[in-house]
Design a protein around this ligand. Structure first.
Ligand code: DLZ
Length: 173
């Protein structure tokens, strides 16, 4: 039998998803443009969105954890932009933030994409925030909504494959 291929997301799958965007203010021009595209994509898909701000990308994992603990959201999209400077600061931050967000994404039952641009120059960042390379903010939101859809698909498959209790039988739990 031919294998069945299923893509997790179809247009509109994010309908009714509750989404938080948390944006770092460092490199404001870039992060505001990313936020705009993410917001647009979420509303196009019927999600409801709340937007939060933090100072810099380093604060993003802590903010995501706080929002995740509230249990109010199906997806939390952190948005930041790191630009390489003259010191090793960029590498330290980039690795710590990526690790922090990865750990959260596998610890909470919530969609948490990696929404931080790591660029050598501001020009590279602007190119990815609505310039020649598109707007990664929309892609971050697509990734989040796709994970929400995947979670919903897995939950409904588990429900439908669970054996039903016989009438009159009592649960042992
Ligand atoms: C300090 C700093 C530097 C040098 N560069 C950036 C950057 O390119 N992008 C960014 O989002 N944040 C930067 N920050 C700020 C840190 O993320 C953080 O806000 C501060 O170290 C305070 O914790």
């Amino acid at each position: 039998m031919a294998p069945v291929k299923t893509r997790a997301i179809a247009k509109g799958t994010g309908k009714n998803a509750r989404v938080a965007i948390v944006r770092a203010r460092w490199n404001d021009d870039v992060t505001l443009a990313l936020e705009r595209a993410a917001l647009e994509r979420a509303t196009e898909n019927g999600a409801t969105v709340e937007v939060f701000e933090v100072a810099g990308s380093f604060e993003l994992p802590a903010a995501v954890a706080l929002l995740a603990d509230s249990a109010r959201y199906d997806a939390i999209v952190p948005i930041g932009c790191l630009i390489r400077g003259d010191t090793p600061h960029f590498d330290v931050l980039a690795h710590a933030i990526a690790r922090g967000i990865l750990d959260l994404s596998v610890s909470y039952p919530i969609a948490i994409p990696f929404g931080v641009l790591t660029c050598d120059t501001i020009e590279q960042a602007m190119a990815r925030a609505g310039g020649s390379e598109g707007n990664k903010g929309a892609e971050f939101m697509d990734a989040a909504l796709e994970m929400v859809a995947l979670r919903q698909a897995v939950a409904s498959k588990s429900r439908s494959s669970r054996p039903r209790a016989k009438a009159g039988s009592r649960s042992t739990r």
